[in-house]
Design a protein around this ligand. Structure first.
Ligand code: GUN
Length: 300
């Protein structure tokens, strides 16, 4: 059997079209567009490429976007003042501070300074709390977990009563996606297990999963014999395992590998996400959706 591929690149296009249509309607009715500021401190190459992609996507959707680049040696006080400025700006609906930040800046302090109503990353403790409560309390689900849930739903996978096993307990992916899948409601209502580095028998847990979500950051961790036949496998891992020259552009690019042994797993799973082109493209898509939602909350 060969699994159905759940492609993030395709789902991204569907969602971006839906967002573009909503943006058009809001602009006609209210003469307003979603505003997103991306604050980048320093020149970390991975951060620069993430931010460039975010800005490109916002541009494509007709958002007001500000790319606010700051020097590596900006003081914590100056960064806090910058956030305060954007917190007060009515045309800015989403504030994103690209992580990681330089060592002299307290990341927690910075993230906590963002107005929770503009925290489109969903990292502020207030939004983490809202996610825990669930239902209509949730304003901004963090982008990668939100993207994972969209892929599961749009991939036609039944979640109600499903055994979901999440491999990894990070604050950005593992914990929030586990919480989201066990809430009441569409695309959720699942029975959830979180497994991690101290779990005694990882394989035994994974084998029970109807939906296996792997966010461990360990290339090829999940073996094909750990997968229940017909299961949905969501691979969140984006591991750089080497470099190659792109046939298309002639440039040197990273060779990416997921946390799942894809070639073998696709013969057993019912559906599976590829790496690259799976969960990756969904994160920025959901950032755009959160920013649109922020404008909609402002409009009431
Ligand atoms: N750095 C890597 N991923 C992310 C993300 O999703 N949000 C922010 N703010 N920084 C990141």
């Amino acid at each position: 059997m060969t699994a159905k591929l759940i492609k993030g690149t395709e789902i991204r296009e569907q969602i971006l079209e839906e967002i573009a249509e909503e943006v058009k309607q809001i602009k006609e009715k209210h003469n307003k567009v979603p505003g997103l500021v991306t604050i980048l401190v320093g020149e970390n190459p991975a951060s620069v490429s993430y931010v460039t992609l975010k800005i490109k996507t916002a541009d494509r959707l007709g958002y007001k976007e500000i790319q606010d680049n700051q020097p590596e040696d900006i003081s914590e006080a100056d960064l806090l003042a910058l956030i305060d400025k954007y917190n007060k700006d009515d045309e800015i609906h989403g504030i994103l501070v690209q992580l990681p930040l330089p060592k002299h800046i307290n990341e927690k302090k910075i993230l906590n300074a963002i107005d929770p109503d503009k925290d489109v990353d969903g990292f502020h403790p207030v939004n983490v709390g809202r996610l825990m409560i669930g239902g209509s309390e949730v304003k901004y689900a963090p982008c990668t977990p939100a993207g994972i849930q969209e892929m599961i739903v749009r991939g036609g996978v039944e979640t109600s009563g499903a055994e979901v096993v999440v491999v990894g307990r990070s604050n950005i992916v593992g914990k929030p996606i586990a919480m989201m899948m066990c809430q009441k409601g569409e695309g959720a209502n699942s029975t959830v297990t979180i497994v991690h580095t101290r779990t005694k028998d990882l394989a035994a847990h994974c084998k029970r999963a109807d939906i296996l979500i792997v966010a461990a950051g360990v290339p090829g961790l999940v073996k094909p014999e750990w997968i229940k036949p017909g299961a949905c496998v969501i691979d969140v891992g984006v591991n750089r395992v080497g470099e190659k020259v792109s046939e298309k552009t002639g440039k040197t690019i990273a060779i990416l590998r997921g946390d799942v042994d894809f070639d073998a797993a696709k013969e057993i799973a019912g559906s599976i996400t590829p790496v690259p082109g799976g969960v990756g493209p969904m994160t920025i898509t959901m950032l755009m959706k959160n920013t649109l939602n922020s404008l909609k909350y402002q409009l009431g």
